[in-house]
Each structure stands twice: as structure tokens, then as C-alpha cells.
Design a protein around this ligand. Sequence first.
Ligand code: SF4
Ligand code: SF4
Length: 154
Amino acid sequence: MPTFVYMTRCDGCGQCVDICPSDIMHIDKTYRRAYNIEPNMCWECYSCVKACPQHAIDCRGYADFAPLGHSVRVLREEAKATISWRLKFRDGREKNFVSPIRTTPWGSIKGPAEYPAPRPEDFAKQELALEPETLKIKGGLPALRPDQLKQGVV
Ligand code: SF4
Ligand code: SF4
């Protein structure tokens, strides 16, 4: 049960569907509400939880930050540019965290199609597209030189 949707809060906007990297948030054709079609395949990345404007998605966090039987509620407040996490434990204790949503305005990050197409020589490099410029690392990514590699290390 990594994520689940409160049907009475969801308005079927589809933002969770668009953002889910696992493509498991779908809109039910009859009820026009979102639901997680395959909880076992959920990465628990919480992208949908953070993106939902109705705060309709609840989740079960990783066992390392909250044990079984707890609940995690998320409140995204765009006006304050914060996201708040409320953990409620089985014994009634609560923990609250507040962190910034992001450091750039929503929608300001360029999509892949807005960048120049890779040049033929880029396909022979080990870096990913537009690295290292986009990582803002001067002189290239740190890497081992061949003379630093040892063979037969036990
Ligand atoms: Fe998809 Fe991540 Fe939400 Fe799981 S937590 S349903 S992987 S967006
Ligand atoms: Fe429903 Fe929230 Fe998903 Fe929109 S983002 S469809 S309100 S669960």
C-alpha cells in the first residue's frame, strides 16, 4: 500500500498520472478518480503525493523513517513554497517536517525537446546528454584514469 487516493478529495485532474515515473497512477474510467493500479510497482518516490493539488494521496513511508501502522499526510502550500509532512505513529505520537518545494518556479525547467540534439560524437562519450555542462562541473566529471585501475585486486 505505498500510495492510495482518497476518492472524496480527488477531482480527477490527472497530475499524478502525468508525473508518476512508474506509470501506475491511472484515472478510473467510471468514477473519474485516480488510483494506484499496481501498488507493488510503486517506487515510493512520492512525486504524485507532492504534485496532487487536492492533497488526496496518502502513502505509507519507508520502514526506516516510520514503522508499520503509521500514516503519512502531505500538505503542499505553493504560496509558501513549502511541503509539510505529518507522520502519525500507532501510539499517537506525531512528527512534522517542513521543507522547500523547489528552488525554481513551477514549469520553468526546460523539456528534453528544448535542448539541442546530440552531436554524433556525443554517442561515443560516457557522459549522459548535456553533461557535464548541465551539472555545472568545470573540467568534466571526476573519473578514474586508466593508470589508477588495478587488475586482480582480491
Ligand atoms: Fe508513482 Fe511515485 Fe506515486 Fe508511486 S509514489 S504512485 S511511483 S509517483
Ligand atoms: Fe486526483 Fe490528486 Fe491525482 Fe489530481 S493529482 S487526479 S486530485 S489524486
